[in-house]
Design a protein around this ligand. Structure first.
Ligand code: TXA
Ligand code: MG
Length: 340
């Protein structure tokens, strides 16, 4: 634990007492940052439109991008959604608490600002003791996007939150680094066919094993077509996804960083200023947990470019590649879409 952070007041350890204070802030209409198993969230009472407006202000987030509401359990979800189709129930039973968000028709209890005026609401039950304790202590449904400035890399530590939002947040509860490291899988049940809006730790394969075939949603820049903005996770350093290392001109390597999801079976590629390996053990779960921290670090190091070697878009690889592709788009290139 970095004690310097604590002297700057905003970051506090997630003790019972501090969770209680944060819960009081929520009830009073303030925003607080808290850890979940995926990334840190910036939370407000989901039924308080003014408090939720503050989230958009702090994040500098456009109002057409709706928020995820965090609840204690399936029963609590009953207050904010009108109907839960059978397949959605099956997913909830299997993956909650956990990194899965369901988009369902909403009740009047949820103000328009949470859903950008949509008739649906995104809801999940987080699997993190601090997030759960905060929901319980506040007795709130907590609307919370990732606690970063809009379009930037999502935070997986309390320090990441402070770097981007520090002065504007009353309390940042420190629960250590996030276990999963990429945002929740989002499955929408608003049209005939269930649709995967965002890949995450709960994989497409796992979703389909539970409920059968789902459509794969496309990212979009169109307002009122939420789910996925193509432009996201923007590092300032241009990031390029490559299929083979030989694609990178040897002339460019000396000032650039190579980002590998897994260790290379062959010899370490030569000529790069730095080679970053996301998982020493080769596991995608470790790679996902390190992804956003590594992107921040590489971005801060001032390389001329970051070259990320693509991996197969299966299992958790789909979520990792989704984030890398969108980091690339934000650096000014064309998006390439994941398919089956
Ligand atoms: O893991 C996570 O989901 C984290 C933690 C904090 O829970 N939260 C998170 O929130 O990633 P955010 O705001 O960064 O992403 C929410 C996504 C957005 O892409 C948004 O468009 C989509 O959820 N979304 C929210 N409500 C929706 C709705 N009614 N219909 C379709 N998409 C929706
Ligand atoms: Mg986000």
């Amino acid at each position: 634990v970095d004690l310097d952070c604590y002297t700057q007041r905003m970051i506090v350890p997630a003790t019972t007492e501090n969770i209680r204070k944060a819960a009081e802030c929520l009830c009073a209409g303030d925003v607080v940052a808290f850890p979940t198993e995926t990334v840190y969230g910036l939370g407000a009472d989901a039924t308080n439109a003014e408090a939720v407006a503050r989230i958009f202000e702090v994040k500098n987030r456009p109002r057409f991008d709706p928020l995820i509401v965090h609840v204690a359990n399936e029963h609590a979800m009953g207050k904010i959604v009108t109907f839960v189709p059978e397949p959605a129930r099956r997913l909830a039973a299997r993956y909650w608490p956990g990194p899965l968000t369901l988009v369902l028709p909403r009740t009047e209890l949820i103000p328009d600002i949470v859903t950008a005026g949509l008739a649906s609401v995104a809801v999940r039950v987080p699997d993190h003791p601090v997030a759960r304790a905060l929901i319980e202590a506040s007795r709130c449904s907590i609307a919370a996007p990732s606690a970063n400035r809009f379009g930037r890399i999502s935070p997986t530590t309390a320090e990441h939150v402070r770097e981007q939002l520090g002065e504007q947040v009353e309390i940042i509860l420190d629960g250590g680094p996030c276990r999963v490291g990429v945002e929740s899988t989002i499955v929408s049940f608003v049209s005939e066919e269930p649709e995967l809006l965002r890949p995450g730790r709960v994989t497409l394969e796992e979703v389909e094993e539970t409920i059968g075939r789902v459509r794969i949603g496309a990212p979009s820049d169109r307002p009122l077509a939420p789910g996925q903005l193509a432009r996201h996770y923007a590092p300032a350093t241009p990031l390029t996804v490559i299929d083979t290392i030989s694609q990178v001109d040897p002339e460019h390597r000396g000032s650039a960083a190579l980002l590998l999801v897994q260790p290379q079976p062959a010899a370490t590629p030569s000529g790069f200023a730095h080679v970053e390996v996301l998982s020493q053990d080769g596991r995608l779960t470790s790679a996902a947990a390190n992804l956003f921290s590594a992107l921040r670090r590489l971005d801060a190091a001032g390389y001329s470019g970051i070259y990320a070697l693509a991996i197969a878009e299966v299992g958790l690889g789909r979520a990792i590649m989704d984030r890398l592709h969108r980091a690339q788009v934000s650096a000014g290139c064309e998006v390439r879409r994941a398919r089956r």
